[in-house]
Design a protein around this ligand. Structure first.
Ligand SMILES: [Zn+2]
Length: 414
């Protein structure tokens, strides 16, 4: 059994502990692989340690301690990382009452070790998780929905609510959460007994064995939770919703708190500044500038279409009556115009029509239609004579020939 220091003090970053047990990673993972508690993370850990072995890197062990400040993976939150003595701790899992640390330290039972958690990562997780509690608490208060899915990884935090939320609803909750952050109210932990719990209202009220740990954000939320939280809401630093979408009949909301929010703001600021510069538009008007560019692109596409139509018309007019085959060579023409040229030319010839687009240096894309013979035969001829790629149906083939126009003209039928 491991005493879990993070449950009563989420600010402990360093501790000493006695090793209870140390086992090769494979043994713990094999034991769990067949059991009901096996998770994808067990599989991931097994792969990691297999890779380490492949690379000839140091092997990993799972170390159990009599007490720890490391928060294990659980309840949708990723585990703490850090060090035991000088050895990295890359994963932390809880099995029953024991917390296991995945590390390169090969420890002896009874050995004293110094633990140190990666505080930057831990504090960020505390900010996100406390922000999530306030958000979920307010959604529950205003709409009665439950948070039925929570994921706290290394990027955005997602919460799945059991009912629909409009953009206006989400804006309102987001504002209220930030108001709660500014009010800097305490976040406290309590362990009420069974009788007291039975009379209390709190979120995540499910029958669990053992002691229930209640996390209270004063005036905003009470929720059963085992994770570390900040001591006052001000430390969350701010909360921003970055995405929301319909999800399984409810709503998935993605949030960022604290420095993660600041990083995201910086990235978006850089993007909008870049767009603003490249379009020579003020930042607050980039949306209109982008729309203007899209409209202009559509207009230019139409101009190109009309110019190509004119060219096609002239080409078709120029076909001498009674011709069997006709071949066009173009420098610039889009695929749709090549096809239109071919189709219209076929109305004026008795045999084949091909359109080649490109240059002697870069080769030619081609499309060939035939009224008189199987066009696939022509694909065969082009392939054997000049190494062209391509194929299609009896009526039409298309492909690419990496040779000069002169060379192609010697191969194509008159
Ligand atoms: Zn929680």
């Amino acid at each position: 059994m491991t005493r879990r220091l993070y449950e009563n003090d989420s600010y402990i970053t360093e501790f000493t502990a006695t090793v209870l047990s140390c086992t090769a990673a494979e043994i713990l993972e094999e034991t769990n692989a067949g059991g009901a508690e096996a998770t994808c993370d067990d599989a991931k850990a097994a792969v990691d340690s297999a890779e380490a072995a492949d690379n000839g890197d140091a092997a990993y062990y799972w170390v159990a301690l009599d007490q720890t400040a490391f928060f294990p993976e659980g309840g949708g939150q990723n585990p703490d990382t850090g060090r035991l003595d000088e050895h990295p701790v890359v994963d932390v899992q809880i099995k029953g009452d024991t917390v296991w640390h995945k590390t390169t330290l090969l420890a002896e039972p009874g050995q004293i070790v110094a633990g140190c958690i990666d505080w930057e990562k831990r504090f960020s997780n505390m900010q996100q998780h406390s922000g999530e509690h306030i958000f979920s608490g307010l959604v529950h208060r205003h709409f009665g929905y439950n948070n039925v899915g929570f994921h706290l990884g290394s990027s955005v935090v997602t919460m799945d609510f059991s009912g629909p939320l409009t953009a206006t609803d989400i804006d309102r909750i987001e504002w209220e959460v930030n108001d709660a952050i500014i009010k800097n109210v305490p976040i406290t932990v309590a362990y009420p007994d069974k009788e007291a719990l039975a009379t209390m209202e709190y979120r995540s009220k499910i029958d669990i064995e053992g002691q229930v740990r209640l996390v209270t954000v004063e005036g905003y939320d009470v929720c059963a939770c085992c994770a570390p939280h900040v001591a006052r809401t001000g430390e969350i630093g701010g909360l921003k919703v970055v995405d929301s979408q319909k999800y399984k009949g409810g709503t998935r909301v993605s949030i960022l708190c604290g420095f993660r929010m600041l990083r995201d703001y910086r990235q978006k600021q850089a993007l909008v500044t870049e767009i603003s510069r490249s379009l020579s538009a003020p930042v607050e008007k980039v949306d209109a500038a982008v729309r203007r560019q899209l409209d202009e692109n559509a207009r230019l596409r139409q101009v190109i279409y009309e110019m190509q139509e004119q060219m096609i018309l002239e080409d078709i007019e120029a076909i001498e009556p009674g011709r069997e085959n006709v071949w066009f060579f173009k420098e610039e023409m889009d695929a749709a115009a090549m096809r239109r040229t071919m189709n219209r030319a076929l109305e004026k010839v008795s045999g084949c029509c091909g359109v080649f687009c490109g240059s002697d240096d870069d080769g030619y894309k081609y499309i060939i239609g035939s009224k008189s013979r199987d066009a696939r035969e022509l694909a065969g001829v082009l392939k054997s004579a000049v190494g062209a790629r391509g194929g299609g149906s009896a009526q039409m083939i298309q492909g690419f020939a990496g040779v000069s126009r002169d060379k192609l003209e010697t191969v194509l039928p008159e």
